[in-house]
Design a protein around this ligand. Structure first.
Ligand SMILES: Cc1cc2nc3c(=O)[nH]c(=O)nc-3n(C[C@H](O)[C@H](O)[C@H](O)COP(=O)(O)OP(=O)(O)OC[C@H]3O[C@@H](n4cnc5c(N)ncnc54)[C@H](O)[C@@H]3O)c2cc1C
Length: 287
């Protein structure tokens, strides 16, 4: 299929891009890697009057670790993030999860920031940044604001970013020393969107689990943090029984929805088994 007609702008500066967003507002869509937007256009699921291509904006492709903070710019491609030493050093969870994100050609064009703005419920990275206390830096012609990941993902394919705002950077605090992480998913083929994914981080503090984070994707209309499961494990000694109990707690009250890929019972089973495995891996990688 072909996309509906649109006007195309390819600004050369951030100011120019923000002015275009302010001018066109709800009628405009930002084009980053195009790996989610273009299929949506071709399926006629979106009808923007204007596309604002940000690919020529300078200085937005950074992936860096500065003063204990990981910074990933709007034009950092999936491949650059996947292969970044700064990411491996600052975020064991992102490093574990990234190999599950899409296929080679899509990684060459797609961006982390575009992925977060798209907020597909089966996408891995929204869950990762939710577990990591990330901040989304949103810039418009009228100023800059920072939104925590917990407030950024507002529902199926939607976020707190206004139509006149660009997500210019994701910032994450460096993981605490010694943190271990695990991430598992089940998908139809490697690199496809997950039916369900689960990730976990922890440190071992005096032989007990500390700073536990457990997140899932594919279980609702956006990333899910399993707080009851985190509470069940916080301060407990690591081990099979404790991980199984926490994984079961992750399914309590969970309404994961269903589609033709997987019904709700199957998704709950996946949450339980994938969370248990992610926790076991996280504990075994603490140092
Ligand atoms: C076959 C296939 C398999 C895939 N598998 C996976 C997978 O397993 N896991 C996964 O997570 N993803 C997967 N994807 C999606 C892929 O990760 C996309 O690259 C990503 O979702 C969108 O990034 P993008 O840079 O291509 O954004 P685009 O497609 O350009 O934009 C996506 C949306 O975000 C908006 N946007 C983009 N950048 C910004 C910004 N800086 N500020 C404000 N708004 C912005 C756009 O307006 C649009 O609404 C897959 C895609 C394909 C085609």
């Amino acid at each position: 299929m072909k996309p509906p007609p649109f006007d195309y702008h390819c600004p050369e500066t951030l100011d120019e891009a923000l002015a275009l967003l302010a001018e066109h507002g709800e009628g405009a869509k930002v084009l980053a890697g195009g790996q989610s937007l273009v299929p949506m256009l071709n399926l006629r699921a979106l009808h923007p009057a204007v596309l604002i291509d940000i690919n020529r904006l300078p200085g937005l492709d950074h992936v860096s670790l500065e003063d204990g903070r990981l910074r990933i710019g709007a034009l950092a491609r999936h491949r650059a993030v996947l292969e970044s030493a700064a990411v491996r050093e600052a975020s064991p969870l992102m490093a574990e999860a990234y190999p599950y994100v899409s296929h080679g050609p899509i990684r060459n064009r797609g961006t982390l920031c575009g992925n977060l703005c798209h907020n597909d419920p089966a996408s891995e990275m929204p869950a990762v940044v939710l577990a990591s206390d990330a901040e989304m830096v949103l810039q418009s012609a009228s100023g800059t604001r920072s939104v925590g990941a917990g407030d950024f993902f507002t529902g199926m394919l939607s976020t707190a970013a206004r139509a006149d705002e660009l997500l210019v950077e994701v910032r994450m605090p460096q993981a605490p020393a010694g943190q271990g992480a695990g991430f598992h998913e089940v998908s139809p083929r490697k690199g496809d969107f997950a039916y369900v994914a689960a990730g976990a981080t922890m440190t071992l503090d005096g032989g007990t689990c500390s700073g536990v984070r457990i997140v899932c994707a594919g279980v609702g209309d956006g990333p899910h943090r399993a707080r009851a499961a985190e509470d069940a494990l916080e301060g407990a000694a690591p081990g099979e029984d404790a991980f199984r109990q926490a994984a079961e707690a992750a399914t309590e009250g969970l309404d994961p929805g269903e589609d033709f890929h997987a019904d709700a019972d199957y998704r709950r089973d996946l949450v339980c088994s994938l969370t248990r495995r992610a926790l076991a891996d996280a504990a075994s990688r603490c140092h």
